[in-house]
Design a protein around this ligand. Structure first.
Ligand SMILES: [Zn+2]
Length: 113
């Protein structure tokens, strides 16, 4: 049910943007979801679709773009793609790594008129 509250949060951001920019209709919303954000993309998509029903957003096109994970080793500075949140460095095996990309969940752009 985590995805439903996320969808709700996304709708709030859209609503705020709509008011700030005096938009009448929202045409497209692009979301960036990190591979390690812990979000089930199909579940989020379903939550968004069901939340839009019978609202002005029903015609809006939602684009869910997945951002691949990227990690950096703090010891040898190798940059690699971790499969999990705590994947060791493939070069030196160290667990002292830092996720540099792939944990975010953000509204990248909102297009409307
Ligand atoms: Zn390393």
């Amino acid at each position: 049910m985590h995805e439903f509250s996320l969808a709700q949060h996304i709708f709030e951001i859209i609503e705020e943007t709509k008011q700030t920019h005096h938009l009448h209709a929202i045409e497209q919303v692009v979301l960036e979801i990190g591979q390690l954000a812990g979000v089930e993309i199909p579940a989020l998509y379903m939550a968004i679709q069901s939340g839009c029903l019978d609202t002005p957003l029903a015609k809006c096109h939602f684009v869910l773009s997945v951002v691949p994970a990227e990690s950096c080793c703090l010891l040898c500075h190798t940059i690699f793609s971790p499969e999990e949140l705590y994947s060791p460095c493939p070069h030196c095996g160290s667990f002292s790594t830092e996720i540099t990309q792939g944990k975010q969940l953000k509204v990248k752009s909102i297009t409307g008129e």
